[in-house]
Design a protein around this ligand. Sequence first.
Ligand SMILES: *Cc1c(COP(=O)(O)O)cnc(C)c1O
Length: 359
Amino acid sequence: MTIPLSRPPVDDEIKQAVLAAMDSRQWILGPQCKEFEKELARYIGVRHCVLSNSATAGLWLTLRALGVKTGDEVLVPSHTAFPTIEAICFADATPVFVDADAFYTMDAADAAAKVTPRTVGVIPVHLYGQPVDLPAARELASKFGLWMLEDCAQAHGAAWQGRKVGAFGRAAVFSFYPSKNLTVMGDGGAIVTDDEEIAARCRRLRDHGRLNKDVHSEVGFNLRFNDIQAAIGRVLLRRLDAMNDRRRELAARYGTGLAGLPLELPRERPGARHVYHLYVVRTPRRAELAAFLKERGIQTGVHYPVPTHRQPAVEHFAPSPLPATERLVDEILTLPISAGHTDAEIDAVATAVRAFFGA
Ligand SMILES: *Cc1c(COP(=O)(O)O)cnc(C)c1O
């Protein structure tokens, strides 16, 4: 028996939705896409949603729509998935790497210290499903006149003081990659915003810069979404709150099962609803623990072992050292969690971790 890191759902309701979307014969930006955009915007609590074929594409589209140009600096936590950085580079801007706070998310004080006259915006990342320090991030943006683009790729349904993440910035981006809290069984992404112009520009850019069928007002690209996957997203969006509740239940179960060990457990930021995209523990004995669990059929992961500011691809930006990030990447370990895991699986993981520590 093996316990996977994540187990996305596959069932009859989803299969029926796929078959119906197939039969409709409108496969690209058709009725399923339009409905999914409306439903997702309503769910997050904003006016517009623009689907795209990945969150990476969504970030790039939004940066373009925000008017980012060569030489512009964008503040971004180093401790994130590489695509966040990649989108900044692909939009010809310069990523300015920021250190992590005690919750593994962007340290707003470090970000403020790195503002220069060239800084135009900030991309906080709600990493692992935990909202960033939103009051601090918003204060940073308003103090320095920066736009804020939220990377919500790991945080569908997370909230701060009852308001969903994705509704705080000028715009926000979600990913539907299979392991994410809301998936479409393949690649997919979405931009959400209250800003009509940003939404309109993203819509144009994702479809070859098209004003209408025959007129292209600017050079865009093909970053469209499709109806078969949108149909899956619509089914799973209806289950998202319940799936997140289940993740929270399992996180609490880990909390009980792993209590009292020399192991740092994830904490929920006060005022936040953490949706546990990943359940990340911390120990200096990370490699040993991962090997011990692997022998027992338990999958683990490291998100992420090489901090983005240390990636060869961005060496030329000569990023400065980030002590908190460089320390944590050697000690973090992701344990299995998803709405599809059973209580017994979580208990088996906790028992194995206890055995490792001789408890
Ligand atoms: C998954 C992820 C992305 C990229 O999403 P894709 O849909 O795979 O392009 C970006 N940022 C973060 C934080 C992610 O976890």
